[in-house]
Structures are given as structure tokens and as C-alpha cells.
Design a protein around this ligand. Structure first.
Ligand code: NDP
Length: 299
């Protein structure tokens, strides 16, 4: 059993979320402190609190997207990271939404402000972020084009509300055709290296590329003058962690995604539940593009 410092709590993990960032960290693409326990996201019940903690109590149900060491039966968390889980929400849903749903939320309301009438392109439309992002974009009145790699994923993406579902082959040309030659207002690109060029080519004049991940590998350095040749384009590379630092913004995003899920406006697909001991298999399946929606580890 870990022992909390004065401002920390111990959480008995109900489920730990698996995210692409866990793979980047395991592979050493992002820095980690070793030896260490993987995982950033979990839901669970507070089992012990430090002497100075006043915001959560033993027995409270909490969740977080941005802790360290969540692939565990018990994990230490700073009290300030603990998000309250609504009584009506089950533990698995609470573990499935902190990272992917809050990411989708800041992508439509933060990194870019998606408005009714906008058209967006979302890569990996059947992935964990992709399915939620599609629903949030539709609920804001946007037209949604997605890319996916298989017919099953295409069906899921359509069920989530995508207006047009493409495979990756020459997708920029298809996007131009679908937008009468104009291009889209924004591309949400979590695939990275293999889609970057096509994403830039899919944008309308003064469009924005939100490059938020690199499932296919890191984006290569590029010549900034490509942005003027494309029509005064904007590229941003955001992280959720910069959109949940301020406690008021953090609470607002969390309460909003909880309301979206509890009201049924956004449905969350838990595609895989793995025993904690099989964490390696969850990573392999995610990296091999075998999965859709959310993967959870159950201690
Ligand atoms: P997903 O469930 O979306 O899985 C990744 C998907 O990417 C795959 O299913 C696959 O879908 C697609 N893909 C395309 N090319 C490759 C490739 N070469 N190797 C592997 N996958 C590929 O994962 P997540 O929802 O967990 O994350 C999606 C992205 O969002 C990741 O890049 C992640 O790092 C990023 N992210 C960024 C955050 C931020 O704040 N910046 C926060 C959270 C996530 P298909 O087979 O249909 O192509």
C-alpha cells in the first residue's frame, strides 16, 4: 500500500484507462522517471488521504486523466488532480472519459472553436478520441468527415454521426470533392506522420490543422512557407494537459463531459476490458490498429 504525502490521496483503482500516450511513454518517445508504473488515467475510490487534504474524503469516487502510475491496484494522486465522479456514473465509464472525452472537448472548444456550419476532418474516426470528437462536433452543428482503415470502423464512425467516412487513400482529393473544392475549416489529426501532408492539403484558405497526436509516428520537420502557399494556414500542436491546469477550467471541462455522457448526448464505447496483468496485450492491440473506442485495464 502506498502512503500519501500531506497533499496526496491513495485511490483504490476500479479501472485504468489505456491511452496512446502510455505507448509513447513506454517506448521512450516522451520522458518518464524510471523505475516507474505506467498509466495516467483511472477511476476509483479514495482509500486514504494526507494530513492537509480537505477537497476529497475517504470513500469518495474520483477520476483523473493526468496522474502517474494508474496501471495499479492502488495509486497515489495529488488531491488537486482528483475529479469527482457523479453518483449516477459507473466506474468503467468514469475511467473511460477523463482523457479522451476531455480531449475531444478542448479540441472543439479550446484548441479550435468549432462553430455551427464549419466542416471538419477527423482522422481515426473510430478511435477513442475520434468517436467522441465526432459526436461533439456534430452536436455543435459541424459537418464531419472522418478517415478510418476498415469497413467495421467505417460503420462505427457513421453511427457516431460522421457525414462522410473515407479511407486514407488520397483523402485530401476526396475532401476537396466533398467541399466543392474549398477544403475544410479544421483538420483534427491524431495520426501524425502519415497524414500530415494530406491534412495540410485538405484545408481551406486560413484553415487550421490541429495536430494533436502521432499514432503513426512523429510529424517530420517542415518548411513554414508551406503555410502561406496553402493559403495562410494555421498549425497548432496542443496537449490536454495545458487545457486542464486552471482549476476552474478543469472543473468546467469535466462537468461538461460528465453531463454530455449522463444525458446521452455523447455515448462512450468501451471496446476492450483487459485484466491488469494483460496490459501489454492492450498496448499491442492499440498499436496494431485492432481496437475502436476505449480500452480499460481492470485490477
Ligand atoms: P485511437 O483509439 O484513436 O487509436 C489510434 C488510431 O490511429 C488507430 O486505431 C488507427 O485508426 C489510427 N492509426 C492510423 N495510422 C496508425 C498507425 N500507423 N499506427 C497506429 N494507429 C494508427 O487512440 P487514442 O484515442 O488513445 O488517441 C488518438 C490520438 O490522440 C493519439 O495520437 C493520441 O496520442 C492523441 N491524444 C492526444 C491528446 C492531446 O491532448 N494532444 C490527448 C489524448 C490523445 P485507423 O485504423 O482507423 O486508422
Amino acid at each position: 500500500m502506498p502512503v500519501p504525502a500531506r497533499d496526496e490521496v491513495v485511490v483504490k483503482v476500479a479501472a485504468a484507462g489505456v491511452n496512446y500516450i502510455d505507448i509513447y511513454r513506454r517506448e521512450g518517445k516522451y520522458p518518464v522517471v524510471l523505475p516507474g508504473v505506467p498509466g495516467a488515467e483511472a477511476s476509483g475510490t479514495v482509500a486514504a488521504i494526507g494530513a492537509d487534504v480537505t477537497t476529497v474524503a475517504v470513500g469518495d469516487r474520483v477520476a483523473f486523466p493526468d496522474n502517474t502510475g494508474s496501471y495499479a491496484e492502488y495509486v497515489i494522486a495529488p488531491a488537486r488532480l482528483c475529479l469527482p465522479v457523479p453518483a449516477e456514473m459507473d466506474d468503467l465509464t468514469a475511467a473511460a472519459i477523463p482523457m479522451q472525452a476531455m480531449t475531444a472537448h478542448y479540441l472543439v472548444d479550446g484548441a479550435f472553436h468549432l462553430n455551427a456550419g464549419d466542416t471538419c476532418l477527423i482522422h481515426a474516426g473510430a478511435g477513442g478520441v475520434g468517436l467522441v470528437l465526432t459526436q461533439m462536433a456534430k452536436s455543435r452543428g459541424a459537418t464531419v468527415i472522418t478517415t478510418v482503415s476498415s469497413p467495421d470502423k467505417a460503420r462505427l464512425s457513421r453511427e457516431a454521426g460522421a457525414d462522410h467516412v473515407l479511407d486514407y487513400t488520397d483523402f485530401a482529393t476526396r475532401v476537396r470533392e466533398l467541399t466543392d473544392g474549398t477544403g475544410v475549416d479544421v483538420v483534427y489529426d491524431g495520426v501524425g506522420r502519415t497524414t500530415f501532408d494530406g491534412s495540410l492539403a485538405s484545408l481551406k484558405r486560413r484553415g487550421t490543422l490541429v495536430s494533436f497526436g502521432s499514432a503513426s509516428g512523429a510529424v517530420e520537420p517542415f518548411d513554414i512557407s508551406r503555410l502561406v502557399r496553402g493559403g495562410s494556414l494555421v498549425v497548432t500542436r496542443p496537449s490536454l494537459f495545458d487545457f486542464v491546469v486552471d482549476p476552474i477550467e478543469r472543473a468546467w471541462r469535466w462537468n461538461t463531459v460528465c453531463d454530455d455522457v449522463l444525458s446521452g448526448r455523447v455515448s462512450v464505447r468501451v471496446d476492450g476490458r483487459y485484466p491488469l496483468a494483460d496490459a501489454h496485450r492492450a498496448h499491442e492491440d492499440l498499436a496494431a490498429r485492432k481496437t475502436t473506442g476505449k480500452l480499460l485495464l481492470i485490477p
